[in-house]
Write a protein that binds this ligand. Sequence first.
Ligand code: SF4
Length: 634
Amino acid sequence: MSKQEFKLLHIDLTNGSFEDIIVPPSIFNSLLGGKGLGAKILLDQLPPGCDPLGSENLLLFMAGPLTGTLAPAVRACVITKSPLTGTFADSYFGGHLGPEIRYLGYLGIIISGRAAEPSYILLENGNFELRSASHLWGQDTFATTKNLKEEMQDSTVKVGCIGPAGEKMVPFALINCEYNRHAGRGGTGAVMGSKNLKALVLKGSETVTVAREKDFMEAVQTAFSELENNEDVAGFSQDGTAAAVDFANSEFLLPTYNYYQGGFSQADGLNADAQRKHLWLRDTACTGCPVACNKVGKIRTGPHRGLVADTVEYETAAMMGSNLGIGNTRELIYLLYRCDALGLDGMSAGGVLGFAMEAATRNIISTEDSEGVALEFGSVKAADYLLDIIASGRTELGRILGQGVKKAAESLGGEAEEFAAHTKGLESPAWGPRSLPGMALALATSDRGGCHQRAFPVLFEVGGEWKGEGVSRLGLEDKAEIVFYHQNHLAGLDTLVKCDFGQYGITRSTYSRLLNAVLDWEISPDDFLTLGERVWNLVRLFNIREGFSRKDDSLPRRFTREPLPDGPYKGEVIKQEDLDQLLDDFYQLRGWDEKGQPTAERLEKLGLKTMESISWLAEDPKILTGGSENEKPL
Ligand code: SF4
């Protein structure tokens, strides 16, 4: 059992109250922070079927037990019920906002209710306030951050805010964290907008407790060495994730023309070399991280000359580049800058724009609908126009597309659903899976909708190994097991909250040493797999309660019905019967029944059957009650 006491700050926007909540040690020991504790709070506190944009939904800013320590490559996350998918949503952000939660003395911040007017939350040591944000409403994310720092007369305060898209509750709006990091996926910004909450301003000065300093510093040293000596991490240091453009293009996994094909003839214009050559200005890093994978660039020529902005990571390079038929890095950085300023998730926005361009090509959207703008693939003008109408909602087409691909396809009707690339309503990520059955299964079973960050079998399927043997790329064997393992591995570490890129280098053994030193625990590296499985089941229980089942563990029709038209894997498609087979195998490994429901035996094995509900609204408002005593951590 951890001897440390962890607390959460509950802010009720409806009545403007702030109260501390103690996390019961038994709950902390079983779920830690981040995704684990956040999932438990959502499951126990949200009324089943609640409106994600209603005042009943909760917006959680969750750190983990390593956040704010010297452990490298650790972040924080936002957890809520997604207005885009209706599922559980967890969205991770780096930068410098997350550690501030710990410096204020908390493991997380829970925001409930709805403010009567546009507001922002100020949390400084000993000074908690809900302030009017009427003067900020309508401002983009960059102006909001800058103006709040000026208002505080303190450039060191940390700001998380929404832009116009969040205010309009576009369900793929993001939360901007300190200018260039984002809680991007799942519409966290729309939930913040629905609460009339423009921003959080944080400044803390408490020390994060580490129980065994010497052990901790030794583990930190090991983590730094692992990061330094890992080839993938070296690639992130050099180029961010943009290096994956060449890899995905050569393997015909690059979404191109709304996922129609897997290779893009202009990929050279989007890749890391192009970004470095034309844009690179400097590297930036999240608090204390030696990887510094974030790159800032400057457009030096052309119509957007002088613009300084983040260069583009793989996912957004693909979704807003090749997926739209745009192959110019300067135009790409401009479009992503627009997304960041408006407060739109660039990945979902790229999915929606690609969908709209194809709908226009098929005459499902007319030029009259788009006010005379030709929505052609490759047109930056069209992309710019679409971002404007989506974020502002000023035209009917903007309001339709602003619902996300799934609902837009339902609204447009006809054959639109044939090329709507999403799973459970989340726009597909930038890994076309038609030649990768494992990746297809990972997308179909991802808990927040189609997502590459819940498991990434590409690493195994393209020339990789599983249990010492080579993996057949197109075969079904081992794929369910790979997905099962990788989902558990990542979900376990998401309780810390780890960075997805750092975990390429840092081993589970080192994560356990770091955690043991912070908490004075003795857990093994493999305990993270059990923890991850427990968290995965907890989230599944939430999604089932919200009406999701096997039928939603699905793939876009484009991936199951339209064979890949290009490259060495031309003709490949994920047949529905193959997906069904993979789901059967996967459910069996998970201990779920054929409908995808966790069995009582598996829940019992994971300690979830006896885990009591938690409530801070019950008898004692200061104590998060419930949870059985659990002698053994994890
Ligand atoms: S690897 Fe990159 S994103 Fe992750 S913590 Fe380090 S700098 Fe931030």
